[in-house]
Design a protein around this ligand. Sequence first.
Ligand SMILES: [Zn+2]
Length: 258
Amino acid sequence: MQKLGRNVGGYKGETIDIAAVLRDVQQGALKAGWTFEAAPTAEGIELHTWQRQPAQPRQRVYLSAGIHGDEPAGPLAVRQLVQENLWPPDLALWLCPCLNPTGFSQGRRENAQGIDLNRQYLHPEAAETRAHIAWLEGQPAFDLTLCLHEDWEANGFYLYELNPDHLPSSAEKIIRRVAEVCPIDPSPEIEGRPAQGGIIRPSVDPRSRPQWPESFWLLTHKTRHSYTLEAPSDFPLASRVAALVTAVRTAVEPERRA
Ligand SMILES: [Zn+2]
């Protein structure tokens, strides 16, 4: 699979009707018996959240998408995952299908005020980030958090793993499975960080960084294990969506004992 060569200086690919995608998510989630909760912002924007709560949860997983409005594969992957509804029966899930609705309406990375929401989580000023954190503070701790993204410059799929306690990692398995549906970025350095076979394991202490992404807030407040999954925007949208769907499915798969 070749790069499309379309993204020059930024994302130039497909856009989505985010309201329609969120309606599809709602329809699928209600059909599956999930619970809705709105996280309303001070500016009247409503962030949607959904919960899947089995009686005896084995694993508590948080999944978010759409924090960057020029990354359509995340919300589309969420829609597919919700519609297919093929989760491990004992998986509890907290889902935020789109954290930046105004960015999608304008087809840009930032929100309508021009703020990159994924740099807001240490000093939140954007209404969306404040509402998101307020909602998160009311939720329990998660065993695993997954944040869906795209990278318009990437040469293939890659992921960040934050795993300070060295819990069993699925990173290599995720890469193996995604490789069946989408190229993996083989670069030894991605976004200025050392990478190996599409895996970046930043050693950085969140406290030393002034601009926190969502994953840093999650790691310091709600979880000890996080993956940020990055689909390559210069490849066909269908393979980017397949990459994120495959990555999520693999990450939540129960461990098989050999
Ligand atoms: Zn992103």
